[in-house]
Design a protein around this ligand. Structure first.
Ligand code: ACO
Length: 330
């Protein structure tokens, strides 16, 4: 029986500029040794001046469309996850549609910070349930460097820029690369103040002539985030597996949010998933927030780490707090 909610194509894009830990040492008082032991990050990518969120999304979108073998004109919807849109209005999805050279699509942005891609997949699933013939570009993208405080060594070494995308539709007479078996999402608004980008919002307006203060940039209570991230991701993964009568042993590849190697290792240990079944690329890109999962998913798919028949578990955690897990079947 054809499965609904299939992924027809994967793509990702990262900016050309590689910024090593050695270069970060020239910006703030830090060291390769500190960054490596605390986070596992060795380098990250920075968007070029003038390169906006929609530009990164466009490249990931083109790659996913090519992989799916469809033209942008065939899309019906664009769902874009980001916390760093090009601007407040219009949304970034509509700018991507313009850059793809198409119009009259339904375009919307989703903001769930680092969990944005998983939230966007759930929105996409809803759209495909409502519109069986829909063809959806689901893209997650960040230019986090636009909201990074390069005077704050506790955050600036962690983040990078990038984009990842999938093309989704219900299965007809087309080859499915993967299908979504289930999704679980959650949040805890009581903890919203622990990870924020406040400045410029209506509660923290930037008035004409004023200089942006620290609250304009990413602010994070690192230890608190760490603690909650591991607990919440473990619980939601266990719940999603149990709901589907699966155990961690049934997972062929685990792709957690690429924020910090210590979080990834701690999570693998708690879930009893050995590190040879955990996909890690945080050393190359740092934390790209919403883009982290689709970049890792596409790299895993393209590298052969995922093969037909595999069951893949995704999980993420971010500002809000928001978190989630997705079960994919290839
Ligand atoms: N270089 C050198 N020293 C530093 C740096 C740096 N870049 N940053 C902080 N330090 C110092 C601190 O000043 C502190 O010094 P002190 O002891 O003299 O006061 C010391 O290192 C320890 O600082 P902590 O903040 O306690 O370091 P910790 O071990 O907690 O590691 C880290 C910090 C890496 C941020 C960790 O808390 C973490 O990974 N948190 C989770 C963050 C995360 O994953 N966020 C992503 C989820 S949400 C999202 O993706 C947006």
């Amino acid at each position: 029986m054809p499965s609904p909610y299939i992924i027809a194509g994967f793509g990702y894009y990262v900016p050309e500029r590689v910024v090593t830990n050695a270069e970060m040492e020239t910006l703030v008082e830090t060291s390769d040794e500190w960054i490596t032991t605390r986070t596992g990050i060795k380098e990250r990518r920075f968007a070029a001046p003038g390169q906006a969120t929609s530009d990164l999304a466009l490249e990931a979108a083109k790659a996913a469309l090519a992989d799916a073998g469809i033209n942008a004109g065939e899309l019906t919807h664009i769902v874009l996850a980001t916390l760093t849109p090009d601007c407040y209005c219009p949304n970034a999805a509509v700018i991507v549609s313009e850059k793809l050279g198409v119009s009259e699509k339904v375009c919307l942005d989703v903001n769930a910070a680092c969990s944005g891609f998983l939230y966007a997949l759930e929105v996409t699933r809803g759209l495909l349930a409502l519109h069986p013939d829909a063809v959806v570009l689901t893209v997650a993208v960040e230019v986090l460097t636009s909201r990074t405080n390069f005077d704050d060594r506790t955050t600036c070494v962690l983040f990078g820029d990038g984009a990842g995308a999938v093309v989704m539709r219900n299965q007809k007479n087309i080859a499915a690369k993967a299908s979504i078996r289930d999704i679980a999402l959650s949040s805890n608004g009581a903890l919203w103040n622990l990870l924020t980008v406040k400045g410029g919002g209506s509660a923290f307006p930037l008035r004409r002539g004023e200089q942006a203060g620290d609250e304009f940039f990413i602010q994070m209570a690192g230890r608190e985030v760490y603690k909650h991230a591991v607990r919440y991701m473990e619980t939601i993964c266990r719940d999603l597996l149990a709901k589907n009568n699966l155990t961690p042993d049934d997972i062929n590849l685990f792709i957690p949010h690429q924020a910090n190697l210590r979080i990834i290792e701690g999570l693998g240990k708690r879930l009893e998933i050995s590190m040879d079944k955990v996909f890690v690329n945080v050393q190359k890109y740092g934390n790209t927030s919403a883009a982290s999962i689709p970049i890792a998913l596409t790299e895993a798919y393209q590298s052969g780490a995922i093969r037909p028949g595999h069951r893949v578990l995704l999980t993420s955690f971010g500002g809000g707090f928001t978190w989630g897990a997705v079960l994919l079947e290839f």
